[in-house]
Design a protein around this ligand. Structure first.
Ligand code: SF4
Length: 494
């Protein structure tokens, strides 16, 4: 049995969601731009990669299992000519990890078909699938169900924009979609804005060369695009030769945005900007506040590579304890191991991390990590550091105890596998072999981010913004778009 790892190569970590990208640029090589954009989003999903390209008459889809650079090479890209493209990197949070789940999803509706790339998880997939007559075994992913719903809406509309307006209001849960017809590019975010999506511009503001949609801002940076703004929760952006326009879903915008707070703590790249904040700096600040909240007497502060490092830097800065490197990470660790049980998961941690003996021998260490899921990584790390001669290990975690599963696109183990669900913090310290253990409080986590926007923090608090799949009772009806779907005209900030 193959156990998949998170983007840090951890066998017991949480798994990322997906990365989405789209570009409308008639005079530029859109397939190459999409490749570069997806490459910058590789951390969000490493199971499969794909893109769809339109030349106005034909939509061509290429997708396969594997990393972006495995699926696409010069020859593949040179055969993908067009003015518009979307792309996807996938980590499966709904459906199996196989080719059928790879995206973009294509359907032959409209002039030359449409394609869809999805980041997030719907929470009413079963009810939606039933509405379009999909049998449980035939549903590859929740994104497939959305594509079927759009197909069903097409015969009445012959237009992807109108089909979207009919389907979007009945979706529940998390979705940041990038879609395309043969002529136009679309970006859509659910009303809570669980998963990020941003808009960028290629070329000068007075004469743009094109427009870009991406899960995270580094995907704009690598292709030389300028960040324009985040797509607002509950908004649909439509891009064509005239530039972007915004379609609003007013009744869905009445909820408070709930961007996933774990994007800040772990998922997003450190050089991403979310809610106007650079993620790296918010992680350093988490470490600073953690040092004030849960100080420790120690000789050195170190982070668990790599996601624990910025908070460790912040902890050292605030505490005055010197920062040092105590572990070396093997950069060539792949994304999967043969790891069927707890012991082999622990062995996998040893393959990835090795202590720097001279740096840790005889020292009292503060070890900072971003989260504890099953605890396998932390237990192995603490054992390694003690064997290497550390005299004390004080574990500090820059997110609160993870006690609840995520239904919005982050793959977590079941409730009873989460170490924090049935252990007190003191018990966890004992189980992990730490001299002390402390987590940042949810209040300090929010203070470290310092943004005005709202957050989803359900995995730490159990406060789910929507009905969860088990609890969902909201009836589902497929129909035409309500008349209140208003065309808003030119985008602010463009
Ligand atoms: S439950 Fe946790 S991981 Fe999932 S969206 Fe909410 S904050 Fe993010």
């Amino acid at each position: 049995m193959t156990v998949l790892c998170d983007n840090e190569g951890r066998v017991d970590g949480v798994k990322e969601a997906c990365g989405v990208f789209g570009v409308f640029a008639p005079d530029l090589p859109v397939a190459n731009l999409t490749f570069d954009g997806l490459f910058a989003l590789q951390h969000r999903g490493q199971e499969s990669a794909g893109m769809a390209v339109s030349d106005g008459d034909t939509v061509t889809v290429v997708k396969d299992m594997g990393l972006v650079a495995t699926v696409f090479d010069e020859r593949t890209l040179s055969g993908l000519q067009g003015h518009l493209a979307i792309g996807h990197t996938r980590y499966s949070t709904h459906g199996a990890s196989d080719w059928a789940g790879a995206q973009p999803v294509y359907r032959p509706a409209g002039r030359a078909g449409f394609a869809l790339a999805h980041n997030g998880n719907l929470t009413n997939t079963a009810a939606l699938a039933e509405k379009v007559g999909m049998l449980p075994g035939s549903v590859a992913t929740d994104s497939d169900v959305v594509a079927e719903l759009l197909m069903h809406a097409f015969p009445e509309t012959e237009d992807l924009s109108t089909a979207l307006q009919a389907v979007l209001p009945i979706l529940e849960g998390a979705f940041s979609f990038v879609l395309m017809s043969s002529e136009r590019l679309f970006g859509v975010r659910d009303p809570f804005g669980f998963r990020p999506l941003c808009l960028g511009r290629l070329g000068p503001a007075e004469a743009p060369d094109g427009w870009v949609l991406a899960s995270e801002t580094p995907a704009l940076n690598v292709i030389g695009a300028t960040f324009v703004r985040e797509v607002a929760p509950g908004e649909m952006v439509v891009i064509d030769a005239a530039g972007p326009t915004s379609l609003d879903v007013p009744w869905l915008r009445e909820v408070e945005p709930r961007l996933c707070i774990f994007e800040f703590a772990y998922i997003a790249r450190p050089d991403s900007r979310l809610y106007g904040r650079e993620v790296h700096e918010t992680r350093c600040r988490m470490g600073e506040l953690l040092a004030a909240q849960a100080p420790a007497e120690a000789d050195m502060v170190m982070g668990v590579p790599e996601s624990g490092v910025p908070a460790a830097e912040g902890f050292a800065r605030a505490s005055g304890i010197p920062y040092g490197q105590g572990l070396v990470k093997n950069r060539y660790i792949g994304r999967s191991f043969i790891a069927p049980d707890q012991k082999e998961r622990a062995d996998a941690v040893r393959r990835k991390l090795n202590p720097l003996r001279d740096a840790v021998t005889g020292k009292r260490l503060v070890v900072v990590d971003d989260s504890i899921v099953r605890g396998t990584t932390q237990r192995s790390v603490i054992k390694m550091l003690r064997e290497a001669g550390a005299s004390e290990v004080h574990l500090r975690i820059s997110s609160p105890p993870w006690r609840w599963p995520c239904f919005y696109g982050i793959d977590t183990p079941s409730h009873d596998e989460l170490l924090a669900t049935d252990h007190s913090v003191e018990e966890m310290a004992r189980v992990l072999g730490a001299d002390s253990l402390a987590y940042i409080s949810i209040e300090n986590l929010k203070a470290a981010i310092g943004a005005d926007g709202g957050f989803c923090d359900a995995c730490f608090t159990g406060d789910y913004p929507t009905p969860t799949p088990a609890a969902r009772t909201v009836p589902v009806t497929v129909g035409r778009a309500p008349a209140t779907m208003a065309h808003q005209g030119a985008l602010p900030g463009v």
